[in-house]
Design a protein around this ligand. Structure first.
Ligand code: NAP
Length: 259
């Protein structure tokens, strides 16, 4: 199924996995609202802006709109959704991809980092979904994809050999996002809005991942192919809205569907 005529909004699309998903949805015919905060690069370790990604999509023959959005701010989320709908006419697909990792354990984490990860990684998706639903209903339905992580399942029951310290906050937030994905899928079934979660099965070499302390400490870390998330997200958006409530890994989707 082509995504021609559909409008998709992808958060965290200025670089990394969000950029890849935005480009794949545009290649399938969707007009993509490239949403994130960066309009000018100020740190070479964080390349990419909403404008460079939107321009790359247009140069490849696709349709894109740069939308400045800080998912920590309810006003910014609301304004970004309204800009998308007023300039592109509708909203069919949202991808909640923007997220951060925070350092520390319960004993060392800074309180501001607890606020940060909750506001970006979990409250952000809730705000975007809330502001988007009226427009998605008006469009006759669509797809919501929440980007999660294997961290949602980590570490399982103990005792633990070589216990790793840190990462539990991120896992908690992603587990919450996955649980909410299925609750929301049930709530929105009547509106023909499918809600699914999609995770990398391993690690993808993105600016965010390279910034993360685990990668820095382990230079031999293996990375999976960068475009698996884009291919899998495109495949999900091409399904009917009855394909809903799934917690998926990119590698499985690409292998099982021959992508
Ligand atoms: P990344 O390279 O750090 O990119 C993060 C994106 O989020 C950037 O575009 C950033 O753009 C945006 N962002 C950060 N704060 C924001 C805010 N307040 N408002 C709006 N946008 C914001 O991350 P990534 O590795 O591509 O990860 C993308 C997703 O995949 C995340 O949900 C992550 O948890 C998940 N994931 C990644 C991996 C991996 O191996 N890379 C593994 C498992 C799960 P601006 O700075 O321009 O705002």
């Amino acid at each position: 199924m082509s995504l021609e005529g559909k409008v998709a909004l992808v958060t965290g699309a200025s670089r990394g996995i969000g950029e890849d998903i935005a480009k794949h949805l545009a290649a399938a015919g969707a007009t993509v609202a490239v949403a994130a905060r960066t309009e000018e690069v100020s740190d070479p370790r964080l390349p990419g802006t909403i404008h460079t990604v939107a321009a790359a999509i247009r140069e490849a023959g696709g349709k894109a709109l740069a939308v400045r959005m800080d998912v920590r701010s309810p006003e910014s989320v609301s304004a970004g959704v309204e800009k998308t709908v007023s300039e592109l006419g509708r909203l069919d697909i949202i991808v909640n991809n923007a997220a951060v990792l925070v350092p520390g354990t319960i004993e060392t984490i800074k309180e501001r980092h607890i606020d940060l990860i909750w506001e970006i990684d979990l409250r952000g998706p809730l705000l975007l979904i809330k502001h988007s639903i009226p427009h998605m209903r008006a469009a006759g339905g669509g797809h919501i994809i929440n980007i999660s992580s294997v961290a949602a399942l980590f570490p399982g029951p103990g005792p633990y050999d070589n216990p790793r310290k840190g990462g539990a906050f991120y896992g908690m937030i992603k587990a919450g996002l996955e649980r909410y994905t299925q609750g929301l899928a049930m709530e929105l079934q009547d509106a023909s809005i499918a809600v699914n979660a999609l995770s990398p099965e391993g690690r993808i070499k993105t600016p965010g991942n390279l910034f993360g302390e685990n990668s820095r400490e382990n230079p031999s870390l293996e990375f999976e192919a960068a475009d698996l998330m884009g291919k899998a997200a495109r495949w999900i958006c091409e399904q009917p809205a009855t394909y809903t409530g799934h917690i998926l890994f990119d590698v499985d989707v690409c292998r099982d569907r021959g992508l």
